[in-house]
Design a protein. Sequence first.
Length: 195
Amino acid sequence: MSHLVVGIGGTTRPGSSSELAVRTALAAAERRGARTVHFGGDFLASLPHYAPERLERTPLQERLVETVRRADGLVIGSPGYHGGISGLVKNALDLLEDLRDDSRVHFDGRAVGLVVTAAGWQACGTTLTALRNVVHAMRGWPTPLGITRNSGQGPLFAPDGTCATPAAAARLDLLGQQVQEFAERFTPVPAAHAA
């Protein structure tokens, strides 16, 4: 049975570049044999604010936590809002604190590919660094390639949702490949996946 790669990312704007970037990287992982699930902007916007003192979870919160719990790798994409991770993406990552008592704590032993889109290189760099810091704090392995895209230098995607340039498509393909290859090499397929 194939490994599971989970994508998290998007904004409230339909067809946002961060959401399309995550989907494109997931498609690359799928072409290499992964199963994928994507939690996009609409889903993220429907999550309640994470409150650590509240133990009850909505069905949407449970769905995110349970899916990531089974994940062998992740792709996370965020716009760079004022030099940092968007509230939607950060709220979803905060919710994954529910994985703290698992045998695989948080992202332990999993590769995490990261994509940032922002209107300026400074926001690209600071947001990618912030995402890498979160992944490290959650015991994950940021992939060697982290992708940033300055929207001030032109769109990442054409109106039909395809990458605007071959170079951008190749980078997103490589990101999906790195996540999938890490999952294949370092994550044994659990019995639950093999059923």
